[in-house]
Write a protein that binds this ligand. Structure first.
Ligand SMILES: NC(=O)c1ccc[n+]([C@@H]2O[C@H](COP(=O)([O-])OP(=O)(O)OC[C@H]3O[C@@H](n4cnc5c(N)ncnc54)[C@H](O)[C@@H]3O)[C@@H](O)[C@H]2O)c1
Length: 463
């Protein structure tokens, strides 16, 4: 997008500011939902091309989240947009205060390739709900979905409201140099730093939805079968290419064998004895990521890690079986880097507090999962750890709960998405303060003795 094109979009949004009210925002969201429903078959086909994503998984993880975000937003938008009153504090008696949510202006949404449809359009829903114009930059690594998003958005929304700009790092870099009013980035922590540095130049606000390693703790009182089922589902959905996928599992040493048996049973239940033949298991996005994962696996095995399940790999088909490793060590890439694929290290532990200490010493995870029945242990771990979110006896599903903010902390992100938090990310809540009969005039210079005494009284009352 050229600077001139951006200026036109920004100018359009500035003139739209007062005209893009509840009815227009609602109409834009309904048009987007209608286009998504009309393009359903094309969405399925694009995701199958880019990620070998099974149709049901595409429906559940790409289409449903965006339609649900739209439905939730339509149900609550009038209330979110309301100008709210703020009660006067003692010092401000005699004034009237309100909070007016305003669109930030023209915003940029940069999306990753792993859920290339929902992570491009989900944030767009919040941007439109908050009254912004937007540029959406889908991921170049999911080209079929990227091209589809261009067609779908063009069919639904005016081009001076939303522009979809395709391209890779160069395009992204050019866009980041433009003076957007907010940047909503979903991707890796490394590129998140690039985005924040670029935003510093224009002082754009940012939401960073990043990644990292999300651990699972199987507690001493876990229901092992349930833990295995949830972990297998969370890890192997989209072949492990999920920002909140369980990265690795800590399991009490005495329960390791039983947990591994349960995990193998769940993998077989979900994907059969030959997951390659399953129509429920996705593929690795491209040969580069396949090679990265294969190298990680080979390095771990050469270093003494053992295969507890899977391990089969077919480069031509970008197929990597649901794989479980034991006996990994901290020097291996699987232990140091976000795995982002269907490889699951299971780590036996003797001391739960040492595990908590290890998690707290590392980068703050996007998600932490705990399997446990003992309420005291659940409360202890909730208090002892920091993460974007904590899932107890569940994986992934907090993403779908629109009355919860979704986001990371520290290395896993900044700010939050979904529901009202998405709306707020793209809004400026402007305080409007009106004087009615305040007594501020009594405190203005010249500072006579009476005013000095009054100031002391004010300090006693409100200070
Ligand atoms: N928190 C979340 O909601 C969430 C969701 C999905 C993925 N993720 C994370 O995203 C990562 C995987 O996605 P990815 O590989 O697409 O991420 P990425 O950071 O490589 O790319 C994301 C986007 O940034 C652009 N980009 C890449 N390099 C850039 C650069 N140097 N300058 C400017 N723009 C650049 C890409 O074109 C793409 O659109 C993982 O770390 C995963 O955990 C996070």
């Amino acid at each position: 997008m050229s600077g001139a094109a951006f200026t036109r979009l920004a100018a359009g949004n500035a003139t739209r500011r007062t005209g893009f009210g509840y009815a227009e925002r609602r109409a834009a969201l309904i048009a987007l939902a209608t286009a998504i429903r009309a393009h359903e078959a094309e969405i399925m086909a694009a995701l199958a091309t880019d990620l070998g994503k099974p149709e049901t998984e595409t429906r559940l993880t790409e289409i449903v989240p965006v339609l649900a975000e739209i439905r939730h937003t339509l149900a609550h938008l009038r209330r979110w947009m309301k100008v709210r009153r703020a009660l006067p504090t003692l010092a401000m008696l005699g004034t009237r205060a309100r909070l007016r949510p305003e669109p930030k202006g023209t915003v940029l949404v940069i999306a990753p390739w792993n859920y290339p449809f929902s992570l491009a359009l989900g944030p767009l829903v919040s941007a439109l709900a908050a009254g912004n114009g937007a540029v959406v930059k889908p991921s170049e690594l999911a080209p079929a979905t990227s091209a589809l998003i261009v067609r779908l958005v063009a069919a639904a929304l005016p081009e001076d409201l939303v522009a979809v700009i395709e391209g890779g790092v160069e395009t992204s870099t050019e866009l980041l140099a433009l003076p957007f009013d907010h940047i909503f980035f979903t991707g890796s922590p490394a590129v998140g730093r690039v985005v924040m540095a670029a935003a510093a130049k224009t002082l754009a606000s940012v939401t960073l939805e990043l990644g990292g390693k999300s651990p699972v703790i199987v507690g001493p009182g876990a229901d092992l079968k349930r833990a295995a089922r949830m972990v297998a589902w969370g890890k192997f959905a989209n072949a492990g290419q999920t920002c909140i996928a369980p990265d690795h599992v800590f399991v009490p040493r005495a329960q390791e064998a039983e947990f591994l048996t349960a995990l193998r049973a769940e993998i077989a239940r979900m994907y059969g004895t030959d997951p390659r033949a399953s129509n429920s298991f996705a593929r690795i996005v491209n040969t580069r990521h396949f090679a990265r994962l294969k190298a990680m696996l080979d390095e771990a095995r050469a270093g003494g890690a053992e295969l507890a399940a899977g391990g089969e790999a077919d480069a031509a088909a970008r197929y990597l079986a649901p794989t479980v490793l034991t006996r990994t060590d901290p020097t291996m890439a699987v232990s140091r880097e976000e795995i982002f694929g269907p490889v699951l290290p299971v780590i036996a532990y003797d001391d739960l507090d040492a595990v908590l200490g290890q998690i707290e010493a590392g980068e703050k995870p996007l998600a932490l999962y705990l399997f446990e029945r003992d309420r005291a242990v659940i409360e202890h771990i909730s208090a002892a750890t920091t993460s974007g979110a904590l899932g107890v006896n569940i994986t992934l599903a907090h993403y779908l709960h629109l009355n919860l903010p979704f986001g990371g902390i520290g290395n896993s992100g900044l700010g939050a998405a979904h529901g009202i938090w998405g709306f707020r990310a793209f809004s400026h809540e402007k305080p409007v303060l009106e004087d009615r009969f305040s007594s501020l005039g009594l405190l203005m210079p010249p500072y006579t003795g009476a005013k000095a005494r009054l100031a002391k009284l004010v300090q006693r009352l409100v200070g």
